[in-house]
Design a protein around this ligand. Structure first.
Ligand code: GLU
Length: 455
């Protein structure tokens, strides 16, 4: 089996493209096959080296490496032209010099008659010699149907009458997209074409090219779109972002891969998949035939899962290497325990790093926050005095002290917990009070309480 991913380097890799790449890669890996990469870069104006590099880096981040050197469509133009001219020689394509005015006239009449606008085959049987300035058109079969069994969408067919004799070589001699793609898949010996369902019509054209070349057809699998959570096109806020932006925000590769494959694929009730699970179970035919919907919550859920599951020391090194932790934090001898605690409630690493500040810096207690702190100052003062005597080596002892303080003062936990959390962290949702006291440390906690009492 040989699959390929064929991006046009006219932009960064987004969620939809990344999913296509993963599915094509996994289909090859699950079948001991090869996965290839082809840049469809014939649009010189819009294709950029910057995007080639960015796509390669994105794939690398996701753990996808092609098994052969990437191929650039633009390097193969001579081969495409040669085949187009050969098809002409064999009578499978024809030269056409119909003026744009005539094409326009025909189109108008077709529109008036409520027909699908298409080339009317004027030059089809004129046997014109091919010369510069003419286009080469492919001789589509005039009757019958073109059909194939899509691995996901099942039977797809079209009446050949609906397909027009499309141009394979433009008047400037450049080959067209559908023609190049078909020839490249053939030359790369691709056995399984996996791509977005926006290419369905292209597939029907490409099949006819391959048939004219007497080639066996690859198997096709067309992936339904990924839509926004409200069923519209993806927007910048939802998925239409360079996938590497997610890396920058601190989404882990494992989470992103797990999330992407779940956009349409499932295996029993399983939610969490390691790479080896995927290679064992993936089969493109189990991809859902209806559109998948982007969900930020689900992506956050997977990321939180992998943040919690990953090896703490490795995660720490990764965080420090990619998100530069402050020197003050790095000097904290409880830094591993702090990250371990904070990853519990984090959806991504930037969010986690932001939340580390209060472990090494006294929080800014704004006036707004001040208003929310409601506690009897003399009670807080006695809490502080007693806290000075508590052994901070063991978190459990801190918990026991808090319980006994509450009982002695006949208080419910929130009356102490809520204001204390604000005083210690400046935030209303932060970890448990005993975790906070233990990890911020006795001295800083006493200072912060004093700051409040003296304010
Ligand atoms: N270059 C096409 C795209 O970026 C993909 C074509 C294909 O996979 O055949 O949508």
């Amino acid at each position: 089996m040989k699959t390929r991913f064929a991006p046009s380097p006219t932009g960064h890799l987004h969620i939809g493209g990344a999913r296509t790449a993963i599915f094509a890669w996994l289909q090859a890996k699950a079948n001991n096959g090869k996965f290839l990469l082809r840049f469809e870069d014939t649009d010189k104006e819009r294709s950029k080296k910057e995007y080639v590099d960015s796509i390669i880096n994105s794939l690398k981040w996701l753990g996808i490496e092609p098994d052969e050197k990437p191929l650039f469509q633009s390097d193969r133009i001579n081969r495409h032209k040669e085949i187009a001219l050969d098809l002409h020689k064999k009578g499978l394509a024809y030269s056409c010099n119909v003026s744009s005015e005539r094409l326009e006239e025909v189109r108008k009449i077709q529109q008036q008659n409520k027909q699908q606008p298409r080339y009317d085959g004027f030059s089809r049987d004129l046997n014109l010699p091919h010369e510069e300035g003419n286009v080469l058109r492919f001789k589509m079969p005039l009757d019958g149907i073109t059909s194939f069994e899509d691995k996901i969408l099942k039977k797809i067919s079209i009446n050949n009458k609906e397909l027009d004799d499309f141009i394979i070589l433009r008047s400037d001699g450049s080959p067209t997209y559908n023609f190049c793609a078909a020839i490249d898949d053939l030359d790369m010996q691709i056995t399984n074409v996996i791509r977005g369902d926006d290419h369905l019509t292209n597939t029907l054209k490409q099949i006819n090219i391959l048939k004219a070349m007497n080639s066996e057809l690859p198997e096709y699998a067309h992936l339904p779109m990924v839509l926004s959570s409200s069923g519209k096109r993806l927007s910048k806020r939802e998925g239409a972002l360079d996938i590497l932006e997610y890396k920058k925000m601190g989404y882990l590769k494992e989470a992103m891969v797990n999330y992407l494959i779940k956009l349409g694929w499932s295996f029993k009730e399983q939610e969490i998949f390691s790479e080896s699970d995927l290679i064992e179970h993936f089969d493109i035919k189990n991809v859902n035939s209806s559109a998948a919907k982007f969900s930020q919550e689900l992506l956050d859920f997977y990321n939180n899962h992998y943040l919690k599951e990953s090896n703490l020391e490795e995660l720490f090194v990764y965080i420090n290497g990619n998100f530069s932790l402050s020197e003050k934090f790095m000097r904290n001898d409880k830094k591993f325990e702090i990250v371990d605690l904070m990853r519990e409630g984090s959806k991504n690493i930037s969010n986690l790093v932001d939340e580390l500040t209060f472990f090494y810096e006294d929080p800014d207690i704004s006036d707004e926050l001040m208003k929310n702190i409601q506690i009897d100052k003399s009670l807080l003062d006695s809490f502080k005095e007693e806290l000075k005597e508590v052994d901070f080596k063991d978190k459990l002892l801190i918990g026991v002290f808090i319980d006994s303080f509450l009982t002695k003062n006949n208080m419910k936990f929130p009356l102490l917990g809520k204001p204390l959390r604000l005083i210690l962290t400046g935030k209303s949702n932060a970890p448990s009070i005993s975790d906070l006291l233990y990890l911020i440390g006795k001295e800083s906690c006493i200072n912060r309480i004093d700051n409040y009492l003296n304010s």
